[in-house]
Design a binder for this molecule. Structure first.
Ligand code: 5AD
Length: 306
C-alpha cells in the first residue's frame, strides 16, 4: 500500500524530470534571529548558542566552491534579521554579477516588502518561506504571540508578486499537529501552488520549550512527499537533511517517494555547528568534494544521477 503510493509518486517524478536529481548548495548565512519559535534551536532566547553571520568573503567563497563542483543554485538561509537581510542585498548583487547563470534562492524569513523588493532587484530569484502550519491555532502553539500565520501568507503573496519563485512547507509531526492539520497543510499547498515545497520531520532540540516532544515520523514524511508529488507533478521537493537525521537512508528514501532535490551543505565548517535548528543536525562536516562524491554514489545505487 505504502509502496504503491511511493511508486506512483516516483513514476510521476521520473516522467517530469527523468532519473535526475537537482543539487542546491545550502549556505547557512546567519543564525541571528529576532524570532522565538518554540521548536527552533536558533530562537532568540537560546543563549547557549554562539551567534555568527557569514561575511561577504565567506559567502562568495562558498559559492565559488559550489560552482566549481558543478552546482548551479545557491541557497542563502538564515535567521530572521531585517537590517542584516537588507545589507545582504549587496552580496546578492555580487553573486549575481559573478555567476549570471546561477539561481539564487533566499530563505530569510518575514521581511518588509521593500527588503524583498531590494533583494529581488539585486538578482535573487527564489524564496523559501515555510508556512509551518495552515491551522492558525496550531500555528499559535508553535510560535509566540507577535507571529501570525496571516502575515506569513501575506509575505508569500508579496514574494510571488515580486516575481520570486516561492516555496512553502511545514514540519511533519510538529508538537500538537493533528492529521487534520496536515490535511489543511496539503490543501493550502494545493491552492497556493508553490514552485518549491520544503518539508521535513520535526526533530526536538533540547534547548527549546518543545525539546521534550517526540520527533516526527520518517514514514509520514515520505507519505507527504508522495502525496505532494502526485498533487504538484512539477514541484521542486528536496529530500531534506532532517529526514536523513532520522534515518541513514533518508536521502534516497525521500527520492524514492517522489522528492527530486538535494541540498548539500556548503556552510564553512567552523560555523556549521552553530546552525543547530534541531538536535543531531550537522554532526560531521566532511569536505565538500567528498560529500558530493558520497551523494553521487548513493544516487547511483538507486539508478539516479545529478
Ligand atoms: N525540527 C525540524 N525542523 C525544524 N526547523 C526549525 N526547527 C526545527 C526542528 N526542531 C525548520 C523549520 C524552519 C526551518 C528553518 O527549519 O520548519 O522553517
Amino acid at each position: 500500500m505504502e509502496e504503491d503510493l511511493y511508486r506512483n509518486a516516483r513514476e510521476v517524478a521520473v516522467e517530469q524530470f527523468g532519473h535526475i536529481i537537482w543539487l542546491r548548495a545550502l549556505i547557512e548565512w546567519s543564525n541571528v534571529c529576532r524570532n522565538d519559535c518554540f521548536y527552533c534551536g536558533i530562537r532568540r532566547s537560546n543563549t547557549r548558542l554562539p551567534r555568527y553571520t557569514l561575511s561577504r568573503e565567506d559567502i562568495l567563497a562558498c559559492c565559488d566552491s559550489a560552482w566549481k563542483l558543478g552546482l548551479r543554485t545557491f541557497v542563502l538561509q538564515g535567521g530572521e534579521n531585517p537590517p542584516a537581510a537588507q545589507a545582504l542585498a549587496e552580496t546578492v548583487a555580487e553573486m549575481r554579477a559573478s555567476w549570471p547563470e546561477a539561481a539564487i534562492t533566499l530563505s530569510l524569513g518575514e521581511l518588509p516588502q521593500e527588503t524583498y523588493a531590494l533583494l529581488r532587484r539585486s538578482g535573487a530569484n527564489r524564496y523559501l518561506l515555510r508556512h509551518e502550519s495552515a491551522n492558525p491555532s496550531h500555528y499559535a502553539r508553535l510560535h509566540p504571540a507577535p507571529m501570525q500565520l496571516e502575515h506569513r501568507l501575506a509575505c508569500l503573496h508579496e514574494l510571488r508578486a515580486l516575481g520570486f519563485q516561492t516555496g512553502m512547507g511545514m514540519m511533519v509531526g510538529s508538537p500538537f499537529q493533528t492529521t487534520d492539520d496536515l490535511v489543511a497543510d496539503i490543501r493550502l499547498i494545493e491552492s497556493f501552488r508553490p514552485e518549491m515545497i520544503g518539508l521535513g520531520p520535526f526533530i526536538p532540540h533540547p534547548d527549546t520549550p518543545l525539546g521534550n516532544y517526540p520527533a516526527g515520523s520518517a514514514e509520514r514524511t515520505l507519505r507527504l512527499y508522495a502525496i505532494l508529488r502526485l498533487m504538484l507533478p512539477g514541484a521542486w521537493i528536496p529530500s531534506t537533511t532532517a529526514l536523513s537525521t532520522l534515518r541513514p537512508d533518508g536521502r534516497t528514501a525521500g527520492i524514492l517517494a517522489g522528492a527530486n532535490v538535494l541540498m548539500p551543505n556548503f556552510t564553512p565548517a567552523r560555523q556549521r555547528a552553530a546552525y543547530a535548528l534541531y538536535e543531531g543536525k550537522n554532526g560531521v562536516a566532511v569536505e565538500n568534494a567528498a560529500m558530493l562524491t558520497q551523494i553521487l554514489e548513493e544516487l547511483d545505487t538507486i539508478g539516479y544521477h545529478v
